[in-house]
Design a protein around this ligand. Structure first.
Ligand code: SF4
Ligand code: SF4
Length: 138
């Protein structure tokens, strides 16, 4: 399994080699997506952890036992209508019908409630009119 998380490190533990320990002791591969770490200051990191369920849970327990705040990283897809050129490419590949072509107007519409965050539309859009935004205060 893979899971994206926000890790917040208190200043007292910010220099501890957490990522190394996750790999060595818990068999968890951590892909760092974003990091803001400074000596003796509170740090923040966005990571994608890859592990089996049991190892993942043990690793998270370890982080929390050391005072690290572990938050799920929620991703949200946003359609920026002003940038959309109405080419329709995203509506063809969207598996959930969240992006669709309204008829008879033939204009693109977006329903975030239907979106399953597969990100296909991000790759398909030539106008960069679809964006992935992260919640959790990152
Ligand atoms: S992320 Fe996937 S489900 Fe959501 S709008 Fe894009 S293609 Fe559709
Ligand atoms: S692929 Fe991009 S430009 Fe084309 S309709 Fe979808 S959002 Fe608009």
């Amino acid at each position: 399994m893979k899971r994206k998380l926000v890790l917040r490190f208190p200043a007292a533990v910010v220099e501890y080699p957490f990522i190394y320990t996750l790999a060595k002791e818990y068999n968890i591969v951590a892909n760092i997506l974003k990091a803001d770490i400074n000596p003796r200051k509170e740090g923040r990191m966005v990571v994608e952890l890859s592990a089996d369920e049991k190892s993942y849970q043990r690793g998270v327990d370890f982080l929390q036992s050391r005072g690290v705040i572990v938050l799920p990283l929620e991703q949200q897809i946003v359609w920026v209508e002003d940038r959309c050129t109405q080419c329709g490419a995203c509506t063809v590949i969207c598996p959930s019908g969240a992006l669709w072509m309204q008829r008879p107007e033939m204009t693109v519409a977006f329903d975030g409630e239907k979106c399953v965050v597969c990100e296909h539309c991000l790759k398909a859009c030539p106008a960069r009119a679809v964006e992935a935004r992260y919640l959790s205060g990152v």
